[in-house]
Ligand binder design. Structure first.
Ligand code: FDA
Length: 298
């Protein structure tokens, strides 16, 4: 209920204006978002790298709806790739597909991947709501035939995911495994957390055993422990996979895993459109809202 309200408020203009113009809420958002510009994300990345963590940069830009905006957004990603190369930070990038015609979208993804290929920097195509699953997988699988440095994300809540994971494993595509951040209908997605968790563990086992350097992306300590145990029991090296967690969330656990010798990649969002991202994190854990609001009212 509170989760639905927060997801609804993510679209509310008055609250958005309050949060983005209020100095305190802007400041507190920095716990979860690196900043509004790339330079701030680079600084955050340097700090995380010093702590032994890899980074995935995620540019939170405007919604793209036409060819001109698509070119500009692609140029932003290309600038991020150039900056990674020039600064020598340990980072790759995550992108979202643009809501434009498939040929135009592919043209821009192709341009970006060509650029990333020159630097051997990995590009992950994030997974959005189920309306985009088919298109995303289709683009990733075709692009992967040309560029090995592209991968995607699978959501354990979807019934189709086992089949998708099999296909991605067969083609050697790198997968980030997540539970799924979108509200999906029961015809296509599990609704009970226990089912989503069980599905996650089953997919994690498939990916650890047969996948190409999977990213186990979760803050769920029980699942993280199950992953470590599965790897230990099956002689799977710590080098064969990485954990991935969101910037600012369970920092204690991030550091503990690094100290134990696991690869840890932190997903670092930055950009002007940070408000909807922040609200999604609040919806996942309303205790974060108390943290943000209590600081705002101080
Ligand atoms: P779950 O929600 O069950 O939480 C387990 C525990 O983690 C909680 O009890 C709490 O302790 C902690 N926790 C979780 N969220 C928290 C928060 N916001 N604040 C504080 N503590 C929190 N989804 C998607 O659909 N497409 C995508 O491309 C991605 N990409 C992505 C990348 C990375 C690196 C991560 C970590 C996650 C995603 N996600 C995603 C989001 C994912 O689907 C999911 O919504 C969140 O990770 C929350 O689920 P958990 O696995 O953490 O478990």
């Amino acid at each position: 209920m509170l989760r639905d309200t927060l997801l609804y408020l993510a679209q509310n203009d008055s609250l958005r204006n309050f949060v983005i113009t209020n100095r305190a809420t802007r400041g507190v958002s920095r716990r979860f978002v690196a900043g509004e510009v790339l330079d701030e994300a680079v600084e955050v990345t340097r700090v995380l790298n010093k702590r032994g963590m890899h980074v995935a940069l995620d540019h939170l830009g405007e919604n793209v709806t036409d060819a001109k905006e698509a070119r500009a957004a692609t140029q932003d990603f290309i600038t991020a790739l150039d900056t990674i190369k020039q600064t020598g930070i340990d980072a790759n990038i995550s992108i979202k597909l643009m809501d434009i015609s498939q040929p135009l979208c592919e043209e821009n993804v192709h341009r970006l991947l060509e650029h990333a290929h020159k630097y051997s920097i990995f590009v992950r195509i994030d997974m959005e709501a189920s309306a985009y699953t088919e298109q995303t997988l289709d683009i990733v699988l075709r692009m992967h035939q040309q560029f090995e440095h592209v991968g995607t994300v699978i959501q354990s809540c979807l019934y189709r995911s086992k089949k998708d994971v099999e296909q991605l494993i067969a083609q050697g595509v790198r997968v980030r495994l997540v539970k799924g951040a979108y509200k999906e209908p029961k015809t296509i997605a599990m609704q009970e957390k226990s089912d989503v968790d069980l599905s996650y563990v089953q997919l994690m086992m498939m990916l650890l055993s047969r996948g190409n350097y999977p990213g186990i992306a979760t803050q769920d300590e029980a699942i993280i422990n199950a992953t470590c145990k599965y790897a230990r029991d099956h002689g799977i090296s710590k080098e064969a996979f990485e954990f991935q967690m969101l910037y600012g969330i369970r920092r204690d656990l991030q550091e503990k895993l690094v100290a134990q010798g696991y690869n840890m990649r932190i997903y670092v969002p930055y950009g002007s459109q940070w408000y909807p991202y922040l609200m999604r994190r609040m919806a996942e854990r309303p205790a974060n809202l108390v943290f943000v609001m209590s600081n705002a009212l101080r």
